[in-house]
Write a protein that binds this ligand. Structure first.
Ligand code: IPM
Ligand code: MG
Length: 370
């Protein structure tokens, strides 16, 4: 029987609470059997790692990540670490994981669950049935480009520099992921960049166009300026199927897309590396799109759905358990359909906490698999 090696990195803030919820879900699949055995290692990342080791992620945790079938990441950061040195700030742990594992492809689906169409800040008819996928480049661009520094100009002025860099191969491999995924969906890709002001945008458009002409003429391709894309996302989001973009635009557009669905607390993500030519295996990490929410940390109020839905993506993309992924996603929808709500998705006075929401999903798993 297959053993799935998972590395759980709960992180900071609500991270440990939603990781606790996830452990119950994994235990459910483990007890049910049939899908293999889950072996879970756990380590610290972010501020928690800084407190213990003085770095945002230890080399030992990185080694565990390299060996795992999937890394399950909670969230990092918080006011407690606001003034630690830049190199060891909590986010540096996340960025090192992405970079060192080569996780260039970030899949951020934004799905509006029918039960939640009312909790979006947009009108029901605009978001109902929404199903878009943002494919964000994750290991390049301005996040990692050098030079990246603040220099002293010596005249009382300083200069902050970040560098946006993209090479052909980086654009091509992320566009390929977007086109391949579009074929499994509505077969449409919107490529967002700023070729009107950025050289990297000019190249981005050129490379995507060439790849499309070469290998993907069956997929409908549209080029869109990133600012217009942001506007269209709030005007008429259902026009989109797959959106592919660079690291920074992807960061911003995915927050916009996430909020269309009612809450940032709902959305999972997957970060994937290149397929190993021998085994076909991809390094991978799964994490909620939301952050560590220090304001509600420790209160038991966090919505665990984004974390649990991230595990569903792990089942689908890393563990070869597509039926289990479908089951878990259906259980989340079924739990919501019973009316149970955390505060972030409009629970109001009747809001439940992490534990009740998790139990509702476990109960739905029982019902749906009976
Ligand atoms: C995200 C986050 C991160 C990013 C931060 C925490 C570094 O906003 O995953 O979207 O900017 O990529
Ligand atoms: Mg972000």
């Amino acid at each position: 029987m297959a053993t799935h090696k998972l590395l759980l990195l709960p992180g900071d803030g609500i991270g440990p609470e939603i990781a606790g919820a996830l452990k119950k879900v994994i235990a459910w699949f483990d007890a049910r059997g049939g899908g293999g055995v889950y072996s879970i290692e756990e380590d610290v990342v972010g501020g928690a790692a800084y407190d213990r080791h003085g770095v945002a992620i230890s080399d030992a945790a990185m080694a565990l990540a390299q060996e795992s079938d999937a890394v399950l990441f909670g969230a990092v950061g918080g006011p407690k670490w606001a003034s630690v040195p830049y190199e060891v700030r909590p986010e540096a742990g996340l960025l090192r994981l992405r970079k060192d594992l080569g996780l260039f492809a970030n899949l951020r689906p934004a799905i509006c669950y029918p039960a939640l169409a009312e909790s979006s800040s947009l009108k029901r008819e605009i978001v109902e049935g929404l199903d878009i996928l943002i494919v964000r480049e994750l290991t390049g661009g301005v996040y990692f480009g050098e030079p990246k520094e603040i220099i002293d100009l010596g005249n009382g002025q300083k200069r902050g520099i970040d560098t946006q860099i993209y090479d052909t191969y980086e654009i091509e491999r992320i566009a390929r992921v977007a086109f391949d995924l579009a074929r499994t969906r509505s077969n449409k890709v919107a490529s967002a960049e700023k070729h009107n002001v950025m050289k990297s945008g000019v190249l981005w458009k050129e490379v995507v166009t060439a790849l499309h002409g070469r290998d993907y003429t069956d997929v409908k391709l549209e080029h869109i300026l990133a600012d217009n894309c942001a506007m269209q996302l709030v005007r008429a989001p259902k026009q989109f199927d797959v959106i592919v973009c660079d690291n920074l635009f992807g960061d911003i557009l995915s927050d916009v897309a996430a909020m269309l669905t009612g809450s940032l607390g709902m959305l999972p993500s997957a970060a994937l590396g290149a397929a190993d030519p021998m085994t076909g295996r991809r390094k991978s990490m799964y994490e909620p799109v939301h952050g560590s929410a220090p304001d509600i940390a420790g209160t038991g109020a966090a919505n665990p759905i984004a974390m649990i839905a991230s595990f569903a993506m792990a089942l689908r993309y890393s563990l070869g358990q597509v039926a289990e992924a479908d089951l878990l996603e259906a259980a989340i929808a079924a739990a919501l359909a019973t009316g149970v709500r955390t505060r972030d998705i409009g629970g109001g006075e009747a809001s439940v906490g992490t534990e009740v929401m998790t139990d509702a999903i476990l109960a739905a798993l029982e019902r749906l698999s009976a």
